[in-house]
Design a protein around this ligand. Structure first.
Ligand code: OFO
Length: 175
């Protein structure tokens, strides 16, 4: 059984994960329209992952005899000035989600809710991975610069990250 405060913040987290999924989907669509195939694939995959994060919380709340509330979805930004802007937005968004997870964790610990504390450990690790990945992409963008063919090279770099992720996922599936 979840206490009222933990339930309230878990429900807030559903909204955050859902909004992250929608934002990534909007970014994927924008990238696809720009011919940035590597970036589009990256954001489509991220969008699916965020939806999965949201679903995990919905199932967890209901399993714990709470009521998972499906939130109103904010309309994500549709247009971006540059690929640099887009990844900077993503980084800030991920940092906000991490802060929300930490806050939720502090609440569950204060309430001696060991089950939720354990459940949230997965999200802590996931956020660390996501933030590190976005920082790597931002570093690559900085190195490549904004010269003539920079978009092409940035897209290639992101495509390499997609391939690496795919390999890691396969490896995890085999374990
Ligand atoms: Fe849900 O992992 Fe990012 O936001």
């Amino acid at each position: 059984m979840l206490n009222i405060k933990t339930l309230e913040f878990l429900n807030k987290q559903i909204a955050l994960e859902g909004n992250a999924s929608a934002t990534y989907l909007a970014m994927a669509s924008w990238c696809e329209r720009q011919g940035l195939k590597g970036c589009a694939t990256f954001f489509y995959d991220q969008s699916s992952e965020e939806r999965m994060h949201m679903m995990k919380i919905i199932h967890y709340i209901n399993e714990m005899d709470g009521h998972a509330i499906i939130p109103h979805q904010e309309k994500p930004k549709a247009d971006y000035d540059s690929i640099q802007e887009l990844f900077k937005i993503v980084y800030e968004q991920e940092k906000e989600v991490t802060a929300a997870i930490y806050n939720l964790l502090s609440i569950s610990q204060a309430e001696n809710d060991h089950s939720t504390t354990l459940f949230l450990q997965w999200y802590v690790a996931e956020q660390r991975e996501e933030e590190s990945q976005i920082r790597d992409i931002l570093d690559a963008i900085k190195l490549i610069g904004t010269g003539g063919q920079s978009l092409f090279f940035i897209d290639q770099e992101v495509a390499k990250i997609n391939a690496q992720k795919e390999e890691e996922d396969l490896f995890e599936d085999e374990e």
